[in-house]
Design a protein around this ligand. Structure first.
Ligand SMILES: Nc1nc2c(ncn2[C@@H]2O[C@H](COP(=O)(O)OP(=O)(O)OP(=O)(O)O)[C@@H](O)[C@H]2O)c(=O)[nH]1
Ligand SMILES: [Mg+2]
Length: 228
């Protein structure tokens, strides 16, 4: 009904505002504990968990790393990530298509942030809803796999606009799917001029070193930056 429309908009704005307040509080806690928080957003199956499996394993010798991972159902991703030996917690969202700051706060309740250097948060696979919800993170990574089509930044500009860094994943498959790297880069730059972009393969490890070096440097502990 038409008369319901303004009310719905108002409620939605209030929910978002409440999330922003909580995210601001989380960000303050993260800064106080000196933990660098990196979130990952992408469409389902772009390779967030595969990237994190490698990242947690490779960063762990030098950094105290941990991960939260959101999915509508199953603990599958937490089980995959826990094999790295890092502390991992699954957030099961049920019908909700994104993580919000309250879910992150609840998931962290039993963890001591002082004991962490880097916390990763894998969002629910979705190129739309997660863009509106600040989780208090320092850095938001948006992943785009070579098999999704070079036009995704143009079709889903908000998620690219609310992220800090883009990662083109599964580059080992680029040739098989006729991936046009120049067009993908041009499309990313057209929605988010100046955006930093990495190309990686979690399968072969290509590009992983450069990206992990970048993330290490963003951590609050400069003395631990991975060597070359
Ligand atoms: N060839 C290749 N396959 C990959 C790579 N990264 C991930 N995959 C495969 O892509 C599929 C999805 O990967 P996931 O890591 O589960 O993707 P995700 O983004 O975490 O998925 P959701 O959590 O469901 O949104 C799996 O079959 C992976 O093995 C890669 O670099 N190369
Ligand atoms: Mg996953």
């Amino acid at each position: 009904m038409m008369s319901n429309q303004p009310r719905l908009v108002e409620v939605r704005q209030n929910v978002l505002k409440q999330n922003d307040l909580l995210a601001r509080e989380l960000r303050r806690r993260f800064q106080e504990a000196d933990v660098c928080v990196v979130s990952l957003v992408s469409s389902p199956g772009s390779g967030k968990t595969a990237f994190l499996e490698k990242a947690l394993t490779q960063l762990r010798p030098k950094f105290r790393v941990a991960a939260l991972v959101g999915d509508l159902a199953t603990e599958n991703d937490a089980e995959r990530l826990a094999r790295s030996g890092a502390p991992v917690k699954q957030i099961v969202t049920g019908t909700i298509c994104h993580l919000d700051a309250q879910m992150v706060e609840n998931a962290l309740a039993e963890w001591n942030l002082e004991e962490l250097d880097l916390l990763f948060i894998e969002n629910v696979g979705n190129l739309v809803c997660p863009s509106s919800y600040d989780l208090g993170e320092d850095l938001r990574l948006v992943l785009l796999s070579v098999a999704e089509g070079e036009d995704k930044p143009l079709k889903y500009p908000t998620i690219f606009n609310t992220a800090d860094v883009a990662i083109i994943t599964k580059i080992d498959l680029a040739e098989a799917v006729d991936f046009d790297s120049a067009t993908a880069h041009r499309n990313i730059q057209s929605v988010r001029p100046g955006m930093k972009v990495f190309e990686v393969s979690a399968k072969t490890g290509a590009g992983m070193g450069e990206l992990l070096q970048f993330l290490s440097a963003r951590s609050a502990k400069p003395e631990k930056i991975l060597a070359g």
